[in-house]
Design a protein around this ligand. Structure first.
Ligand code: GDP
Length: 576
């Protein structure tokens, strides 16, 4: 491959017209004479990325994580596996990570003291292994929720004296939903009350039958206290990694995922980046979500300074302007200018997305009405194990009878829906259904915020009926707008941090905090979203009635103008 590409060649490759290409080059400050001028490889790659960023229409949720990295090529070099350790509380996740860290990590420059940057690499006889060391599935799902998958293999820790517990089942559900291979580490086998066979029998019940129980799940007995079995666990991780044939390009501009970011009082923003493709170098410009930066310095988990880092390497990067979000993609770009251009483009795109997302809220119902749903993912909650079993039984029969639709219960448990259920539902595009239990208010609020469908039932057959309708596409809840009131914008007030507040006068009905709203300018809709804050003088209020003045803060909208008309409305479901 040659080092340079002519502008017209790239234009052709990307299928855009010359004018668009030249405008794009202008916008990122690239100098050229004509469309037959050449671009260096990095600039060309940046242009490709920018266009890709544009075309990858992301799902609602406002995440600025970029689409998954491109599929690996067989010619790419092998890379170390990235492992997450999950399991029930107190089953030994932290102990296992600590043991491996102490035993297998080369001493750092700082006298063997490794720093916690959210990930580390262990040297084993069969190769390097990268561990994400924020144990628990919180980290796993936060990252997944933002659209990225960084884990290649999930190690699920089960204590041999306790066997499978609720969070074990959650962890299994998460790993399965992410389609990540699972290795079970049966921990605490040093304890006299350890019962390995019981754990294995219980694994069969959750469809993870170990090899000696007729299945193909790898289950390794270990002790995070004595170290017994840990070498074998590491060997098996390497073996699974080999089967997975994990590869990534080692050259070119890097891309990866933010694992964690902290604000250090003295140093500034410190972000842990897991490099997934290419090589990250000191001096590279970076973009993650709506934040940009330049790598001023880089160190590994042992505190050693690095000049560059390749695939599967976790590094702590100094140089972001603000804190990037854990789970967001991060990309190296040709220059600061390009990075800044990309950030402003994304901010503009997000504002557009807010409007789109609102439209989507309405069409979500239509989505359920679509007949050819291939798979209906559910998170099930019920008051007793008995009702759960009953529901699952009927669902399984329905699923078999349904035409080409599979009902897939990702996770089921006794008790009210939790935040963890929402995380799972959001990463797997599932509906949370509960019978005989209702979610606490905080969970309901989160569900609303993340746009997750939650339904609760008092009668089993109502639940079943709904599922049937969802399967057969007969549910067509239609949302209709119900006007609550109107207000006129009389003054735009600039408030630091809160953005622009619309000082308004309510002319009709009432304005309610949390309700939907649109802004009309000259009869045309210029914004659609919701009211996040409502004020009378200095007080936050819930509602303001006709004839009163108020300050209205619209979600993600800063362009309100004097003379705009704000319409406030509710969406009500009307059954067809
Ligand atoms: P986590 O909540 O899953 O991270 O669990 P921890 O690693 O904090 O371990 C919980 C408790 O179990 C601690 O008191 C550990 O010392 C203990 N523990 C962890 N692994 C073992 C083990 O293999 N054997 C024994 N006897 N205790 C263990």
């Amino acid at each position: 491959m040659s080092d340079k590409v002519r502008i017209y060649q790239l234009t052709k490759e990307l299928g855009i017209d010359t004018k668009q290409m030249l405008a794009l080059l202008d916008s990122i400050g690239v100098e050229y004479k004509s469309h037959s001028s050449t671009l260096d490889n990095e600039t060309a790659e940046t242009v490709r990325q920018l266009l890709h960023d544009d075309s990858s229409k992301r799902a609602a949720g406002g995440s600025t994580a970029v689409a998954e990295p491109a599929i690996q090529r067989p010619s790419d070099p092998l890379r170390p596996p990235v492992v997450t350790v999950m399991g029930h509380v107190d089953h030994g996740k932290t102990s296992l990570l600590d043991f491996i860290r102490k035993a297998k990590v080369a001493e750092g420059e700082a006298g063997g003291i490794t720093q916690h940057i959210g990930a580390y690499q262990a040297q084993t006889p069969s190769g390097l292994i990268t561990f994400l060391d924020t144990p628990g599935h919180e980290a796993f799902t936060t990252i997944r929720q933002r659209g990225a998958t960084v884990t290649d293999i999930a190690v699920i820790v089960v204590a041999a004296d306790d066997s499978i517990m609720p969070q074990t089942r959650e962890a299994i559900a998460h790993a399965k939903a992410a389609k990540v291979p699972i290795i079970v580490a049966i921990n605490k086998i040093d304890l006299p009350q350890a019962n390995i066979d019981r754990v294995k029998r219980d694994l069969v019940k959750v469809e993870l039958a170990p090899e000696d129980y007729g299945g193909d799940t790898i289950a390794v007995p270990i002790s995070a206290k004595t170290g017994q079995g840990i070498d074998q666990l590491l060997e098996l991780i390497s073996l699974v990694a080999e089967l997975e044939d994990l590869r990534a390009p080692q050259t070119g501009l890097a891309s990866g995922t933010i694992i964690e970011s902290v604000l250090d009082k003295r140093a500034g923003v410190l972000a842990t980046v897991l490099v997934q493709r290419g090589t990250l170098k000191v001096g590279d410009s970076l973009v993650s979500g709506e934040v940009w930066g330049r790598v001023r310095a880089m160190s590994d988990f042992s505190g050693a300074r690095l000049q560059e880092a390749g695939p599967s390497t976790p590094v702590q990067v100094l140089g972001f302007s603000e804190q990037p979000h854990a789970g967001d993609r991060v990309e190296a770009l040709a220059s600061d200018q390009v990075a800044k251009a990309l950030v402003s483009k994304r901010i503009a795109a997000r504002q557009e997305q807010v409007v789109q997302r609102d439209k989507r809220a309405v069409t979500l119902a239509e989505l359920f009405g679509q007949p050819k749903r291939q798979r209906l993912n559910l998170v099930l909650r019920a008051d007793t194990q008995g009702s759960l079993e009953a529901i699952k039984g009927v669902l399984a029969r329905e699923s078999e009878a349904g035409d080409e639709v599979e009902v897939n219960v990702l996770f089921d448990a006794v008790g009210a829906p939790t935040e963890a259920d929402l995380l799972l539902a959001s990463t797997a595009d599932a509906i949370v259904m509960s019978f005989g239990v209702t979610a606490p208010g905080s969970v309901k609020k989160s569900a609303e915020r993340y746009g997750i469908e939650m339904r609760s039932y008092r009668i089993i057959y109502d639940l079943i009926d709904d599922v049937k309708r969802l399967i057969r596409g007969q549910v067509e809840p239609v949302f209709a707008e119900q006007l609550l009131g109107r207000a006129e914008v009389r003054l735009v007030i600039k408030v630091p941090r809160s953005g622009n507040i619309a000082g308004s006068y309510v002319t009709e009905g009432l304005i309610r905090r949390g309700a939907k709203a649109r802004v009309l300018r000259g009869g045309k809709e210029v914004y659609k979203g919701s009211i996040v804050q409502l004020r009378r003088f200095k007080d936050d209020v819930r509602e303001v009635a006709t004839g009163f003045e108020c300050g209205i803060n619209l979600q993600n909208y800063d362009h309100v103008q004097e003379g705009d008309l704000i319409e406030c409305y509710d969406l009500v479901e009307v059954r067809a």
